[in-house]
Unconditional design. Structure first.
Lengths: 186, 186
DNA sequence: ACAGTCTCTGACCGATCGGTCAGTTACCGT
DNA sequence: ACGGTAACTGACCGATCGGTCAGAGACTGT
């Protein structure tokens, strides 16, 4: 792996665990076995490092939301969406954990604003398509709960579980959570 | 409200939104209309402020876990536990949001270590009482999802919903999530 | 009037923050 | 052998961090 990608991976992990504000360039440099100056050689600023760390995940989430626009969550496409979303979470759980928990309070950072805009899009769509308070909570628990359980998976009590089994179980649970939710036509 | 309690409430909110590391004493002082020196007059240190902010929530969680020890989650007591837990989340959602997301990375802070120990207790109990991967995930999604949905409730798309309705819906959803989970006898 | 205590403040401290810059090293094609 | 460039570094900068300290006001009981 290149030094550039190395730094991106280290930064992503530290940002997710210790927070963006709680992670210094000095620490990232030490974990990479470099000097702080070298980190700033590969990335123009700490903010650029943040952008490189979570940008790809936001791009992919954007694509997922775009591909289902207009036909979201009617029964035929619901399972496909859930599977896409679970796969997204499995691949980008650190990034999701980051901008779920640090999205507010990291404003004025372009890439974070873009992520927040996506969340707002998703959330206002649910607001217009879903009627009851309970249905709102079902969406929130499904999305937030799945993201949470994956963010603590690796260092928590759960060891290295087979990813296929985790994926299948997540699809089952999320599908079950959203089963009672009926979506109004657009 | 006293200045002391005022500062505690402001600090809790900022710690939850911007993170412990991302919140300066200067900012807390400004929000309270005081100088930084005054904040340090009421609390010996930033860490003491953190302790005061989340300590009461940890005490209560400790009490809840203690009261159900040994008889946890058999069918008769399961609903009572869920209702207690939901009430706890409704009252202390900022604190829960804090030490769920910043628990790791805030080690060596006594009050955080105590909270982490509680989470480990809860989680290892589930590990010994629950068998399948799916059941583990059900617990995680229920707890983490409920905590998440409440942490974004106030400034998210959900406005001021009637708390009774939210409580009832949460109890319904969490009960449903945990319904398929069978617990081994101790 | 006086001493004591509670609340609050600005000035100041060493440490660390993100970031700049000049310079060194190593490897490249010619 | 030589110039160019990519990778890297230490020294340094202003700003901000958490925290200390001496003292200013305000309000008490005596």
């Amino acid at each position: 792996m290149s030094t550039h990608d190395d730094l991106r991976a280290i930064a992503l992990n530290e940002f997710a665990v210790a927070g963006y504000a709680g992670t210094s360039l000095q620490r990232i440099a030490e974990l990479a076995g470099l000097s702080k100056s070298s980190v700033l050689y590969h990335f123009d600023s700490k903010e650029a490092l943040l952008e490189a760390a979570i940008g790809p995940a936001i791009d992919r989430m954007d694509a997922i939301l775009g591909s289902i626009e207009g036909s979201l969550l009617v029964d035929e496409t619901r399972r496909a969406f859930i599977e896409q979303f679970v796969d997204f979470l499995l691949e980008h759980r650190l990034e999701v954990h980051m901008f779920i928990n640090q999205g507010p309070g990291l404003e004025d950072v372009p890439v974070i604003d873009r992520a927040n805009a996506l969340v707002v899009t998703l959330s206002t769509f649910f607001s217009s398509a879903v009627s009851t308070v309970e249905d709102h909570l079902r969406f929130g628990i499904a999305l937030g709960g799945a993201a949470y359980v994956l963010s603590v998976k690796q260092d928590g009590s759960l060891g290295e579980l087979p990813v296929d089994e985790v994926r299948a179980a997540l699809v089952t649970i999320v599908s079950e959570l959203l089963a009672p939710v009926s979506v109004r036509s657009l």
